[in-house]
Design a protein around this ligand. Structure first.
Ligand SMILES: [Ca+2]
Ligand SMILES: [Ca+2]
Length: 492
């Protein structure tokens, strides 16, 4: 368990969704892949629960993943802007579990209108729990800022590189320097963050669920996502969005829970989603594409923003793939199939993982264990940490007991633990080990520990005695066989 007290309208349908026609593009492939660096599921889940008490966001863990999709020999279903597959590290971040829905949009939008914000569009939707659409990139970015300010977080987007003027009005093509990437407020995901989140810890998957190799049609049908022809009950509507997270097992006909490996919904289909990045078709072959926490091109270049994940409008399931990068949309574009979701940075850089529990420990004996400490903050950040508290019972040794300049690149550092158990039989001991960021004592993690010594149990000899008393013939036969007085030995 970790703690950080800082926490706390209608455009034409004819618009060109690129993947109309992409069906002709040559299908399967051995995408190079390796899993992202998952350090600790247990602690990950604990942090998730903690954060979700404040909002419906999911923690995407720190680590690398393979971005893109490679050409394969069959030449089917391949698109050049997705190559080459390259490794990208992102630090941990939180992402909205669902696309931003209408009720959520309105709540922030109304607050923003009373607090100096101006939007180009009011946003539309097919119901309170359906995704908002007809919102342009500028609207979404400003809405992120309003969401931050309303919740008392630091806004992320500014109109100047000194980051003093909060972006609240106008249509401004922000650059990377006008963004406070370390701010704790809401923002659009980068392309890399979106794809990593979409893949849900899987490797070379076509869709946000297990779907390697074969053809795309082997892996997707109408029970899994909302696309054109998915035959959901909303299919005949003019704007056939489904409620956000509809594909969660409650849809009709009922299907399986379509949250991906991270617990995110609609990462394929429903509405396609804005991301931060400007579009550069050749971006993946550039060195900067593999930088830690890459944020895409630093200037507008093509003038297009990237859209991700496909939508209800995607007739080609090709368009719903994790790797697909949809261009040809300026930041001022709006459409009935285009919405968004937000991310924000993980407020805690110190990440501790481990389980220190021992049962049936002989009183006074020595037990050992370990846990890990990791910096999941900024790629350039360093943490000086120290173990400051541990239970008063037993005699504890930690190796090491402190560390300097731990950076995300160091990965997880293992701390070996040795405890001399208290010299008391039939006892249970519990407590906590506390690990503190000594430069910010408000940031700390704790590990629950427990140790139990065994009860005074009947001895083996007394168990045998019970058997012999009940079945004396057993004792007779054994004594005859072994030619000595077992009962005497047991009683001795
Ligand atoms: Ca549909
Ligand atoms: Ca979507």
């Amino acid at each position: 368990m970790c703690k950080n007290t800082i926490f706390k309208k209608g455009i034409v349908f004819t618009t060109i969704f690129l993947f109309i026609g992409l069906g002709i593009i040559p299908a399967t492939g051995d995408n190079i892949g390796e899993s992202s660096d998952i350090k600790c599921v247990k602690d990950f889940e604990e942090r998730n629960v903690y954060f979700n008490q404040a909002g419906e966001m999911i923690l995407i863990d720190s680590g690398s993943f393979n971005m893109g999709y490679n050409y394969d020999a069959s030449g089917t279903w391949w698109y050049p802007t997705e190559t080459p597959v390259h490794k990208v590290f992102t630090r941990a971040f939180y992402m909205d579990k669902y696309e931003v829905c209408d009720s959520q949009w309105d709540l922030i939008y109304d607050w923003a209108m009373d607090n100096g914000y101006e939007f180009d569009n009011t946003g539309e939707a097919q119901g309170a729990n359906h995704p908002v659409y007809n919102v342009n990139w500028y609207d979404c970015v400003k809405w992120c800022n309003a969401r931050s300010e309303k919740e008392g977080l630091y806004p992320v987007y500014y109109t100047d590189s000194t980051k003093t003027m909060v972006y609240r009005t106008g249509s401004i093509d922000l650059g990377i320097n006008e963004v406070n990437w370390n701010g704790n407020g809401y923002r659009l995901p980068t392309e890399a963050e979106w794809e990593k989140a979409s893949r849900g810890r899987l490797i070379a998957n076509h869709y946000p669920w297990p779907s390697e190799g074969g053809t795309y049609f082997d892996h997707i049908d109408g029970s899994k996502a909302n696309y054109d022809g998915s035959n959901d009950p909303y299919e005949s509507n003019t704007v056939p969005t489904t409620p956000v997270g509809y594909y969660d097992g409650n849809q009709t006909p009922s299907g399986i829970d379509m949250a991906n490996g991270y617990g995110l919904y609609d990462m394929a289909g429903n509405v396609i989603e804005w991301v931060w990045d400007w579009y550069d078709p050749d971006w993946y072959s550039k060195e900067e594409a593999s930088y830690d926490d890459t944020k895409g091109p630093s200037n507008p270049g093509s003038g297009w923003k990237v859209l991700r994940g496909g939508s209800w409008h995607s007739g080609q399931v090709f368009g719903l793939r994790c790797a697909l990068r949809l261009p040809q949309h300026t930041p001022s574009y709006i459409g009935p199939a285009l919405g968004f979701r937000c991310v924000r940075r993980d407020g805690n850089s110190l990440h501790v993982c481990g389980d220190l529990s021992w049962v049936k420990v002989t009183a006074g004996s020595i037990v050992t264990g370990s846990f890990t400490i990791e910096n999941v903050g900024d790629p350039d950040s360093e943490i000086n940490w120290e173990i400051t508290e541990w239970p008063a019972w037993g005699t504890w040794t930690f190796t090491p007991i402190s560390g300097d300049e731990l950076s995300p690149k160091d990965g997880a550092v293992t701390v070996q633990v040795s405890v001399v158990a208290p010299d008391k039989q039939n006892q249970e001991f519990t407590g906590e080990v506390k690990i503190v960021n000594i430069d910010n004592i408000n940031e700390y993690c704790t590990i629950h520990v427990s140790l139990a010594t065994p009860k005074n149990r009947p001895s083996i000899s007394s168990l045998f005695q019970g058997v012999f008393e009940k079945f004396p013939e057993v004792l007779y036969h054994m004594e005859t066989c072994l030619k000595f007085d077992i009962k005497h030995i047991l009683l001795w």
